[in-house]
Design a protein around this ligand. Structure first.
Ligand SMILES: Cc1cc2nc3c(=O)[nH]c(=O)nc-3n(C[C@H](O)[C@H](O)[C@H](O)COP(=O)(O)O)c2cc1C
Length: 197
């Protein structure tokens, strides 16, 4: 698995070759094996391929167009162009896994401290599940891209997804059509303090 950690890249160009369902199932299984706070397993997955994916991407496109006129995320306007790029990647990828938080309450304003802690712990658990999926994809010879630009088209995607859970992220999956170099990382000494006395 250390190899998968080293070799994983965000893949933004995909071959049209479909991903066998067995491989998608293995990726989902890896997600479900992640640790979760109080073993709540808050994640839910919806897999989109074929015409269902095409329809969902139309909803996302409409959401991005609306975002330009009536922004939901006004301070993120500089990133809207890259969200259009993410949409193109999602259109190209043969499979998309949408990741939902079945217990999500991040859109509620009056959370108690307990609810807030629970929300943060569930969000960390879901992050672990998505990371497990990206690593499993790498090990299975697949490319993947963790996506949160979905937030720019949040109402449209939620309406199209027709589900109770709160949308957290999407994961594009497919055979890579690029081999990008590793993106730069901060040096360990910028990240870490060792304290022993
Ligand atoms: C929470 C999260 C959200 C992300 N959302 C997007 C996205 O919407 N579009 C995109 O192209 N990349 C997205 N990425 C990928 C990051 O840009 C990428 O992980 C980072 O640049 C490091 O590159 P690497 O994954 O190849 O190491 C996201 C990554 C994470 C962890």
């Amino acid at each position: 698995m250390l190899n998968a950690i080293q070799n994983r890249r965000s893949i933004r160009k995909y071959q049209s070759r479909p991903v066998p369902q067995k491989l998608i199932e293995q990726v989902l299984q890896a997600g479900s094996l992640a640790p979760s706070s109080k073993n709540r397993q808050p994640w839910r997955f919806i897999v989109y391929t074929g015409p269902a994916k095409t329809r969902l991407m139309l909803a996302m496109e409409q959401g991005l167009q609306k975002e330009a006129q009536q922004p939901l995320l006004p301070e993120s306007a500089p990133y809207l162009a890259s969200a259009h790029n993410t949409l193109r990647i999602m259109q190209q990828a043969p499979a998309l896994i949408f990741i939902l938080n079945a217990l999500g309450q991040s859109l509620q304003t009056n959370l108690t401290m307990d609810e807030r802690v629970s929300e943060i712990c569930n969000a960390q658990s879901i992050g672990a599940a998505v990371q497990n999926m990206t690593l499993a994809a790498t090990e299975l010879g697949l490319g993947s891209l963790w996506i949160c630009d979905t937030y720019f088209a949040y109402p449209e995607l939620c309406a199209a997804l027709q589900t109770e859970g709160e949308l957290y992220a999407a994961l594009a999956l497919g055979y890579a059509a690029e081999n990008p170099p590793a993106r730069p990382r901060l040096a360990m000494k910028q990240l870490t303090e060792w304290r022993n006395e």
